[in-house]
Design a protein around this ligand. Structure first.
Ligand code: FAD
Ligand code: SF4
Length: 664
């Protein structure tokens, strides 16, 4: 793998579309130049670009070698061949909103969000759509509305994340109690394998599988290896015994070998035939590059909906209230804790979305009900309220209708973003935020995690998908502090052991990335971990596809966004940043959630320079990244840098981000 200290010269060369400001070594530079000559896509290796792409929404930071914007499949083929010859990793990237460092690495970033943005075909009768991976799900759903159809799985980031990223992470969200995750909606994917060959993974009958196993080359190798693996009784037993329980819908730890095993022909009567597209879902760009996906659609939900917003005196009441809510066929059951509610009060964009809150609840349980008639909703809500009151749960039960529903969900979805508003260097970090266990064991699980955190003198916020057994638990840690940085692994490991006792999953929807890869053997056992490595090896023998994610991950506490022990410089500024703790901490409030990547189709103001160009380098997030990077450099005038000039130059000072960015 290429490493930055191989840099041998520093100069600016312009070769047609490629701008190489730093020459790495002669061979690599010549290869990059050759690649640029062969492709229609643009390659950038200048410092501004590599710094902008050195983070996602996670705690990691690593400067890539360069960024490639492929225009077509043949560009990607050339990139794969370059990567194989030069042993350089390729990191397929969509909107870069991953929380586990999935798109942070030292190789070449392939930004698919710029040109792979077409909806290719909609089949209304058969209810499917064929899309390129850079399509934004909310934009797709706006388009599908007139057909009466919907792509079901959604994330809190669905107004800017991409289908490719959702497939990569096997995403799901608010309505997962109804729609499940991407894996349940993927019919077919067209992929490029590591050697550049194109394959279509889709459902196969037993006879078709036999046929595929006879194919020569990488595609046949993959089917042969998977079949051998699944037919071996020791492997079957190990997968059945050690993968997370099958009644937990959010099971994103490791490659989905349990899902493959429970398909025809390996387990008869399992309900679905073998489909490697389901393995690609959740594989985080480590097995193949998706260039097209055929996705199943569902009819639009019933016309009328309402949210029953149960106000609980204490957070712990939420677990029992959740079990009651789930009996009423809800479309979503979500929790917001009191810490997020009070932070929302300080967020200009979210303050008004607290309109329905009465008093000072310890937590809110928000249950979405849908029906064709308002009377049916009122009757369910009434019955639910009576049952909860009889159990001593809840003190206020406002029912929110119509346009106000979006405001409540906006408040809930903004949760992760507004958490970074917590003043000071200690922040609620992504680490154990993605654990999922069976709903009836969630209370006991949370109590154990809380006790473990207390033993380290830490507390946490708790919120989100209680209806599907997943609460986002974010311990408050100061990752600039060496002791807290050490706790990352300790807390991660101890949590993984607790999750294992509940046969849960440490990754429910956000993926393993480089954050949780280290803990996968704890969850699925060493034998299954070795099977995962075999899968990676048969798809990607040279380890060029997003290396260091899911398997063979680097130590999870390396390449962190903040260097533990480094003092944050205290800079004098014209404007007063006292409230934020100085200008650098103001920039650090950006956690990379990427809200500034939404397009004009979605609406709002932030960020006009991105809306006009679809260039990541012209997002508010990019500006925060560069300001943070430059001001942390030790030099006489840290403001004086060409990168700072360039990144701020196209900011229109419209202040759209002041209102719309959840980090303020
Ligand atoms: C505030 C916030 C809230 C979030 N809420 C949710 C939530 O509710 N549910 C949820 O599931 N997630 C959530 N996430 C995580 C993240 O937004 C989602 O997982 C999202 O689907 C990632 O999409 P993306 O376009 O940003 O992908 P990226 O982060 O760019 O990529 C995700 C993965 O997909 C791979 N990939 C991308 N394109 C391709 C391709 N063409 N071929 C192969 N691999 C590819 C990448 O290599 C990477 O491993 C949240 C994140 C934030 C910051
Ligand atoms: S002020 Fe306007 S143009 Fe500048 S970063 Fe914020 S939203 Fe974008």
């Amino acid at each position: 793998m290429h490493c930055h200290n191989e840099e041998s010269m520093s100069q600016i060369s312009i070769f047609g579309k490629i701008i190489i400001e730093r020459m790495y070594n002669e061979k690599l530079s010549a290869a990059l130049e050759e690649l640029a000559g062969k492709t229609e896509g643009e390659i950038k290796t200048d410092r501004l670009t590599t710094l902008v792409y050195s983070t996602d929404a996670s705690i990691y930071r690593e400067e890539p070698l360069g960024v490639f914007y492929p225009r077509n499949v043949s560009d990607l083929r050339e990139l794969l061949s370059f990567a194989s010859e030069n042993r350089v990793g390729i990191i397929p990237r969509a909107a870069g909103t991953s929380l586990a460092g999935q798109v942070v690495g030292s190789g070449i970033i392939a930004d698919m969000s710029r040109h792979f943005t077409h909806v290719i075909e909609v089949n209304r009768d058969e209810k499917w759509v064929r899309v390129e991976p850079g399509v934004v799900p909310d934009e797709l759903n706006k388009m599908l509305q007139k057909e009466g159809l919907l792509f079901g799985p959604e994330t809190s980031t669905s107004n800017r994340c991409n289908i490719g990223g959702m497939i990569g992470n096997n995403s799901c969200g608010l309505h997962s109690v109804i729609y499940g995750s991407v894996r349940e909606h993927i019919i077919e994917v067209k992929d490029l394998l590591a050697d550049g060959s194109e394959v279509v993974f889709g459902p196969l009958s037993a006879d078709e599988l036999k046929e595929k196993c006879r194919v020569k080359g990488p595609e046949g190798d993959i089917y042969r290896e998977i079949s051998n693996m699944m037919e071996d009784s020791a492997n079957r037993e190990s997968i059945m015994r050690d993968y997370p329980e099958r009644n937990i819908p959010r099971r994103n730890t490791a490659y989905a070998l349990d899902d493959l095993l429970f398909s025809e022909p390996f387990v008869t009567g399992s309900g679905h035939s073998l489909n490697l597209a389901r393995l690609i879902a959740g594989s985080e760009g480590t097995l193949a590059i998706v260039t097209e996906a055929k996705l199943a659609l569902v009819p639009l939900p019933p016309r009328i909906k309402a949210l029953l917003c149960v106000h609980l005196r204490h957070r712990d009441e939420a677990f029992r209230a959740n079990l009651i809510a789930l009996k009423y066929n809800p479309w979503a059951v979500e929790m917001i804790d009191s810490r997020i509610l009070s932070l929302a009060e300080e967020s200009a964009g979210q303050r008004s979305n607290r309109f329905f809150i009465e008093g000072n609840p310890g937590a809110l349980l928000i249950t979405e009900l849908c029906a064709d008639r308002a009377e049916d909703i009122m009757s369910s809500a009434g019955a639910m309220e009576r049952e909860m009151r009889a159990e001593g749960l809840g003190y206020a039960f406002p029912l929110v209708w119509g346009d106000d529903i979006k405001r409540v969900w906006d408040l809930r979805k903004a949760g992760l973003g507004i958490l970074s508003n917590m003043p000071g260097d200690a922040k609620p970090v992504t680490l154990i935020e993605d654990c999922a266990v069976a709903v009836d064991r969630l209370e006991a699980f949370v109590a154990e995690v809380e006790k473990m955190l207390e033993s380290h003198g830490k507390d946490s916020v708790f919120h989100a998908h209680i209806g599907s057994g997943e609460l986002h638990i974010r311990p408050v840690l100061n990752l600039k502090d060496k002791e807290d940085a050490k706790l990352l692994r300790v807390i991660g490991r101890e949590t993984a052991h607790i999750v294992k006792r509940y046969r849960g999953s440490i990754s429910g929807e956000h993926g393993d990335g480089r954050l949780r890869g280290e803990f996968i053997p704890i969850i699925i056992g060493e034998h299954n971990y070795l099977l995962n490595k075999r899968v990676k090896n048969c798809f990607d023998p040279l380890n060029i596809l997003n290396p260091g994610k899911i398997v063979n991950t680097p130590p999870m506490d390396t390449s962190l966004r903040y260097v533990p022990g480094r003092i944050t410089p205290d800079l004098q500024t014209w404007y007063d940043f006292t409230a934020e703790g100085g200008v650098i901490r103001a920039a650090e409030k950006c956690n990379g959630s990427g809200d500034c990547r939404k397009s004009s189709i979605i609406g709002g103001t932030m960020c006009p320079s991105y809306m006009a160009t679809f260039d990541e380098r012209l997002t508010t997030r990019a500006r925060a990244n560069i300001v943070r990077e430059m001001l942390n450099e030790v030099k006489p005038d840290p403001w004086d840098s060409p990168e700072m000039m360039e990144i701020l130059d196209l900011c229109l000072a419209c202040k759209g981000c002041k209102r719309e960015c959840p980090s303020g």
